[in-house]
Design a protein around this ligand. Sequence first.
Ligand SMILES: Nc1nc2c(ncn2[C@@H]2O[C@H](COP(=O)(O)OP(=O)(O)OP(=O)(O)O)[C@@H](O)[C@H]2O)c(=O)[nH]1
Length: 520
Amino acid sequence: MTLKRFSLFLLSSLFVAICCLLASIYYFFYLPGIKAEILDQQQQEFNLLHSALSLSKNSLTTLCYDYAVWDELVEFVKNPTDEFVQRNMPDNAFEAANIDAVLLTDINNQLVWDFQHESLLNSRQSLVNLITQGDAALVKILPTSAEIALQKVSSRSGYLVLNGQLIYFSNTTILPSAAVGEIVGSLTMFRLLDSALIKDISQLSLIDFSIQPTTKTTNTSDDFFSFQQIETISPSHTWLIGNKFDDEVVLVTLNHKKVSLPRLDWLSVMLLMIAAVLIISLSLMMLSKWLISPLIQFNQNINDSSNDGLMSKMRSNHFIDEMDSISNSFNQLLQKFNAQQNYLETLTVQDALTGITNRRGLEAFAKDIVLRWHTEQKGFSTMMIDVDHFKAFNDQYGHLEGDNALVAVAKSLAEQVSTYEAIVSRYGGEEFCIIFSECDPNIIRPIAEKICRAIEQLHMPNKIGNRQWVTVSIGVLVVNGEATHATQYSFSDVLQQADEQLYLAKQTGRNTVKLQCFAQ
Ligand SMILES: Nc1nc2c(ncn2[C@@H]2O[C@H](COP(=O)(O)OP(=O)(O)OP(=O)(O)O)[C@@H](O)[C@H]2O)c(=O)[nH]1
């Protein structure tokens, strides 16, 4: 896999991973948290409503007790007078306290006096009947004969559903203010949860609820006052409040403020995705710049070297320290490699014995010379130099001495041409070749003759016949730059003609020079 593909793969993987992470956070952390919060809020609203309705009932109980445990009311039950009612129990006093009905009964449960607000007028007979003629065992509103016999204050409170209306009731035995003495009857107060009271409670508790008449079914909601826990999120919850003595019920509906789980906003999701892609792309760009690019360059360098053998240095100012370390190591390696390569290249063009250029080096040099001859009509000269009777030398002094003699000849040749633009090479065996950029025969010939004398004057003994020293024969070919059709000839043609001259020099007694200009 290439680094670029790997980057793409990494990008896609990161993108998928981030999407999975966001989805997991949304479904496993965010949604459950929100759900718990909404449930908690709905439960609080229920608790508030429960407390508000209970409080409304409890305040009625307090009021009822205040009236019932009162010496003057005891007297009133014994001897009812209009004057007492006008003075102590006017209609507006009850209305102000949100009391919709008051029934005063004696110990035989006979009605002594009653007040009924117009809101409950329709239910008056039902109420009176309920209290005075109903099945007391079921209703349980008035005190029982056992309670009256105890002659102690006793109270009962609860709720009734009459004609589809929810009514609180509170009953207290009528006693003197000391709360001990003869029970003369009981006082029952009623409070209707009409729309006005519901509105008041709503405004105070900031809860939206309603109470509606309904018909009881087996599968309907739980009883409001015994309900504990809201389990499911819903825009509204309903409960029933029913009579204890018949099937009449009302439905309490609580409308919640927070009603549903948040829905996915696809625009936000898309923006989030785009942001994720941008962040990942940015990270990858940085990764690419700081890590992948140097690796690609590193790879490119190695590839280039395998193609053309050239390696360039790697920069060593990377952002990542390890990349710098790799670069430095690579550059050091490259330096060693280049030094090694230079050494090897030198070896390929240098003659191991004499240290002068070998035949490969000569040919490389000749290429340039011939090119200039072909393109710029620049002439040159070539000398082929061969040691005379060298076999005999070897035979007399041994091969090792022969090597030393070749080294001495090479050294002398180099010295002789050091002041000229020329290259001295060992052409092979005991044969040397010198290329001069000079092409004037009048200059070249004396140089060749001087070389002959210089070698002889090395005085390396080589006794053959009347000869005493090692000598050389030289064949010279002068290539005139103005030669026509030069491009038809190569360096080997030049060498061949130089060789012919050398052959002539050997034929004419050795230790001599033969020169000729290039013959077309
Ligand atoms: N010691 C030594 N001898 C070499 C080397 N290369 C070639 N020779 C010897 O040089 C000799 C060349 O002999 P020949 O080709 O017969 O020619 P020559 O004896 O020089 O006679 P002419 O060239 O005709 O004057 C051979 O004996 C080779 O073994 C070398 O590197 N070292």
